[in-house]
Design a binder for this molecule. Sequence first.
Ligand code: TYD
Length: 147
Amino acid sequence: MKEIIKNSKMHRSSVYNCSVVELPKVHNRAGNITVIENSDVIPFDVKRVYYLYDVPGGETRGGHAHKDLQQLIVAASGSFDVILDDGKVKKTITLNRPNFGLYVTPGIWRELINFSSGAVLLVLASMKYSEDDYLRNYDDFLSFING
Ligand code: TYD
């Protein structure tokens, strides 16, 4: 994982560097616990946690990229699809289990679609919120990643 970060700084971002990571699960017949600690299963220190919920049926979220932000996206409840786009290749990943997370490198355009009823999208982020880190226009995104 540490290698991915180094590479993401050195090369153009690629959807192939965004991977689904299995998270530890403390199993109990009375319920499960998943724990994520800094620099353990994810290659960054968590500076911010947010969650998206009450998404109306058919609604789409995302539609932007980040310049520096790294994220781990988890379907804490329900399911949704994440479309990753590095400007050349698109990859769709379905998240539907709370003990799996999608690691997203900087420089990746993402769309979030197909939210199930009651879905909760949990994000662990490497930076505090900064609007300056967003690329909200697709042409700006292409200019950014193409240098
Ligand atoms: P945005 O990241 O664009 O949402 P999504 O990718 O889920 O569609 O965020 C929507 C708005 O929420 C944004 O304009 C500002 C606010 N916001 C914050 O204030 N802090 C945050 O950490 C986040 C993620 C969003």
